[in-house]
Design a protein around this ligand. Sequence first.
Ligand SMILES: *[C@@H]1O[C@H](CO)[C@@H](O)[C@H](O)[C@H]1NC(C)=O
Ligand SMILES: *[C@@H]1O[C@H](CO)[C@@H](O)[C@H](O)[C@H]1NC(C)=O
Ligand SMILES: *[C@@H]1O[C@H](CO)[C@@H](O)[C@H](O)[C@H]1NC(C)=O
Ligand SMILES: *[C@@H]1O[C@H](CO)[C@@H](O)[C@H](O)[C@H]1NC(C)=O
Length: 599
Amino acid sequence: MSGCENHWNKAMQMHGFKNEPAKFGAFKGVSAGRRTWSFRRHVKNIGFVFLWMGFFIIFDEFMVSVFDAVNLRNISRPARSSWPKEDRNASGEVEKPAVKMYDRLLHMASTALTEKEFKQESSSFWEKPQRQASLWKPCADKKVPTGSGKLGNSRGDNGYILVSANGGLNQQRVAICNAVAVASLLNATLILPRFLYSNVWKDPSQFGHIYQEKYFIKTLEGDVNIVKELPPHLRSLDFEAIGSQITDADIAKEAKPVDYISGVLPILKRNGIVHFLGFGNRLGFDPVPFNLQRLRCKCNFHALKFIPKIQRAGSLLVKRIRKYDASQNILDKQLLGNFLPAPPLGRHDIAKGRSKYLALHLRFEEDMVAYSRCEFGGGKDERKELQAYREVHFPLLMERLKKTKYVSPAELRKLGRCPLTPEEAALVLAGLSFKRDTFIYLAGSDIYGGMSRMRPLTGLYPNLVTKETLLTPSELSPFRNFSSQLAALDFIVCATADVFAMTDSGSQLSSLVSGFRTYYGGEHAPTLRPGKKRLAAILSWNATIRWKTFEYKVKKLIEEGQIAQVRRFGRSIYRQPRCPECMCRSPSLSQFMPARNSY
Ligand SMILES: *[C@@H]1O[C@H](CO)[C@@H](O)[C@H](O)[C@H]1NC(C)=O
Ligand SMILES: *[C@@H]1O[C@H](CO)[C@@H](O)[C@H](O)[C@H]1NC(C)=O
Ligand SMILES: *[C@@H]1O[C@H](CO)[C@@H](O)[C@H](O)[C@H]1NC(C)=O
Ligand SMILES: *[C@@H]1O[C@H](CO)[C@@H](O)[C@H](O)[C@H]1NC(C)=O
């Protein structure tokens, strides 16, 4: 529609400019005596003007329709190599129509991208704006000098700690590192963490199917004692019966270290073992002694290395999307080990051959969408479908809602509670001036609504790839039934991306990936993190906002989210490792920096 409007306005302006001088010029100095003739001429002139206008309008409409046809083609047919199938059901080719909320903005975005197609300049968001980010270096693996409150050589004499972590890959990762910290705190020996089988993730993978066991044990040697198995005398015990089983109901969320010392240590000492069942989010972030924080960071950023099978597939993905075979920076090395060789000498040829890519994590799966209680432009069908989903999957939520005040979907949107749709993500990327040919790696899968939802995104950005389109079926099949291992591949490709764009800062994958990029990426790993509330405010002007204004506002929004901040009190160090416990600031430069909270 906007395209139409723009063209129409332009056409009107053009007719105006062209015709007005002619029209008035023709009548200048015409004498009153020749009024009849003049009147005839006037009529003729007007007729002529109308004819021209008619012609322009028809021409204009023709151009607009050509434009639309081009857009439509782009929107309905993504590049073959990319986003797949799905909406073709067994009987044939039927595709559901695209669900869109911002027709006008999409059209403007499409026009803007077409205009930029032939320009040289690329989006400034490929680079991180803060050079100061490079002042912080990874150093959680450095030994702490003695005398600064060291915990002592924990030999693990107080007993064994067994952890059965729940959730998916990324929740497990957090649970593992918190367990390492707790084991160290209690001078306990940690058994290699176990993963609970969940009906959501349906993945029987254990620690050794994802992470290198020996490397993990060796890296943390001296900090905490870790063994692979329970000693024989404890294997046959019924932990629950002897009171050694501790579930999430027994420990406060984000418990303090003293809670472990007062509540858990006595059981450990008495029974020689404690079993944490679940263990999600059970250790608070502040205040926690310096060394425990450092240990957490060391665990997350240094001790957990993916097994070669995952590194190999990850490096295949990265090579194919970059079209380049060598490693690029320390992030590659950390995540892919030796599967990406060091680049040949003379680094300048790197930039030429390889493709940059942006990784996008869209958290728009059905569970998320239904849980939010927002509306996404799908009308009555969507409302019914999501309501049904909630009733089946979130009975507790439904109960709670009955007791609380009703908040309308529009209100929720205003509050920034609605997950971003693929369409909204596309508009943000277009607002940041990422070009149409940008390679986008889409993490995760199962976008709610499938193709009908993806089409606005693939229409603007046809070079969209996923692990399914980059790997052959036989390369992918060893991972097929293992959602955590698949998630590990996403983790790798997102963390090593030139730009990582998240749509939900509450997501574990997004936050752990962004933490990884902060820790190892220096100034080369920008993360785009749109605040949902402010974006909702910008988008509420969708009917009238000019594209330039939209661009300006979106750029501003993202820039503000990119300020290199020091971790604030209570924030996760996995997500924001920029703090003295995890990273070291270059001392020579620090004296020139203002002593404020953001650098
Ligand atoms: C395919 O989709 C169309 C419309 O979406 C529907 O009418 C038809 O029944 C579907 N066929 C099968 C075999 O599911
Ligand atoms: C752990 O061991 C260290 C040194 O061996 C000791 O100082 C500390 O008090 C112990 N902590 C607990 C909770 O046992
Ligand atoms: C995945 O699981 C399905 C059944 O759940 C099974 O039929 C299939 O063979 C498995 N595939 C692989 C590669 O293990
Ligand atoms: C788009 O603009 C219309 C008209 O101002 C508004 O009613 C609607 O809420 C906007 N859409 C969103 C999702 O903000």
